[in-house]
Design a protein around this ligand. Sequence first.
Ligand code: ADP
Length: 750
Amino acid sequence: MDPVSVEIADIDGLPEGVADHFREQGIEELYPPQGEAVEAGVADGESVVASVPTASGKTLIAQLAMLTSVARGGKALYIVPLRALASEKKAEFEEFEQYGIDVGVSTGNYDSDGDWLASKDIIVATSEKVDSLVRNGAQWVDDLTCVVADEVHLVDDPNRGPTLEVTLAKLRKLNEDLQTVALSATVGNADEIADWLDATLVDSTWRPIELRSGVLYGQALHFDDGSKTQISRGNEKATAALVEDTLTDEGSSLVFVNSRRNAEASARRLADVTRDHLDPEERDRLAEIADEIREASDTQTSEDLADAVAKGAAFHHAGLASDHRALVEDAFRDRLVKVISATPTLAAGVNTPSRRVIVRDWRRYDGDVGGMAPLDVLEVHQMFGRAGRPGLDPYGEAVLIANSHDELDELFERYVWADPEPVRSKLAAEPALRTHILATVATGFADTEDELVSFLERTLYATQTDETGRLETVTQNVLDYLERNEFLARENGGLRATGLGHRVSQLYVDPMSAAEIIYGLRDAEDRPTAFGLYHLVARTPDMYELYLRSGDREEYTELAYERETEFLGSMPSEFDDGAFEDWLSALKTARMLEDWASETDEDAIAERYGVGPGDIRGKVETAEWLLNAAERLAGELDLECGPAIREARKRVEYGVREELLDLAGVRNVGRKRARRLYEAGVESRADLREADKSVVLGAVRGRTKTAETILENVGRKDPDLTGVEADTELDTESSADAGDGGQQSLGDFE
Ligand code: ADP
């Protein structure tokens, strides 16, 4: 298609004032791919798949679709691939609230129907969340007129792709006229995605800012256009030399490496480069940010990150707490942090463009292969796409590093000149279908086997495959499994979810997790221990277990025998290698949860299990969710262990021992303050409402404002602390206090 010139003012049907708003932001003429999308009718309710490079204005395409749809009296849904992106997108869309557009974000628990969203015009949610809202019968889903799927190429992801795929199929079945807008990175087969979604394809490689990609070998940086630049190296390693070279041009760099440890080590080294390029003001501001990082968590990771940031470098990976990540991303966008060393998580959507992108590691460990495997072209191109900040940089540069002449050629072939792989549906796998078939039946999308098959034919998988047999075989296996576990009943080709099946679908757990939990709970006495319950949920497929490191096997085998009586369900034989190994990994995870729920310090846990604060929080959240599911399942099956599960869940939620549960549930109290209050004789909420104010003040280290907030939260009639002196006797006792303000009960961070 010829490039078309479209002005924002040419677009009819935007809410009053919005066009001016865009103009004020410097968006006057549409970028060519945006123009093509408008030509294809994206602002008139037509479905469009836009396959365009990163940072080429995909968001605006989505906004035009959603805003015009809302102006016509409709309702729009924006599906994001990562939870971290949900709030970023919400903040972006909230600028339209001044024109009467209500924006809501749904990230909470997976078992509610989110009725409050009914009044919103634009809703932002992950595909898992949308899936769960559909399962829980959210009425407003029927009113949707426009759905946007961001990063739709992720249907290729074996873990999360099927949910996006099935969710889109469901939404489109619920409403045949639904406008579907799918945004994708440039992929080989965007036409198939467009076919599947009955949408017009906008396929473009246009970028607002020039991207040069190339490979560094020795001192020579070879570019795709045949040109070459010299990078002076001295004794420096390649990455450091590239970062230094970018800095002399006042530019920032993103360095992609293949593991968390490498990200941390690289940041440490690069900090020695960046420190010499800071002016005094930058140094002061970085010192402040470093302090904020230290406050966000008291772990070694946090300390290391703060040290690097103070010198103008940072690392970024999934082990960081979300506060850390936000601080690093902001400081990078503000040009204070000059380089980030990141694992590929950062390439997956977070908006952090940079002058130069350096892909240092193009191989990473792959458990399926049992060794190092090269990254996908699509992934590397996504990293490349982060190069060049529109309006700030004259161009972007993406660089791979070769260690030999052969590698130089190989990297050009493999990545620089290569086209990304085609996107393939991953739906026809048992774990994915187990979950989605049960939900499809439970929510009434299919009442018979025939209807189920015809529903599955609406998926990308069906569009892509010629092998109809495979989907049917897997479907039959899954139906057998669901029937055997009494989640589903089959009669003369008819399908019906049982009460239990409905419950499992609503709780949003994998049916195999539910089966494991039920099996364990049926085996339990009335009062299973918290540890037994943590182990039970840790061994379900919904919990990402901790790895066993060398030496762990002996340690945890010993622990397994020591605490054998606490396990729910039977322990596999030591000779059944795979099963036993899994059992031990779950045991390690369970002991970490137990440590957390016994008030062990976060840094001690991080050290003991070799994990970052983000991992601890992730496991805690997952455990809370699965224990909640376990409690509901126990109720459904009339088992007596409900209260024990509830207590185990609360303990993990607040990170406290049993006696602190009452206190730690008060907002702003958290695990450490609860312990200090308890030691000062304030043992419950009732005590707190009556306690001597100077004791309360002493327990929060004399922070009057905090103490007043806590007293208000607990419902004390006279929370005012004017003139009260802290009882300081307490201060000497708990040395473990760190950053009173920061880490409250982890239950709040949703
Ligand atoms: P993508 O979603 O494709 O990664 P974004 O939508 O974030 O890219 O766009 C990148 C940047 O380009 C944003 O800062 C956006 O404001 C700006 N932008 C988008 N469209 C236009 C336009 N037509 N004119 C000027 N700037 C634009």
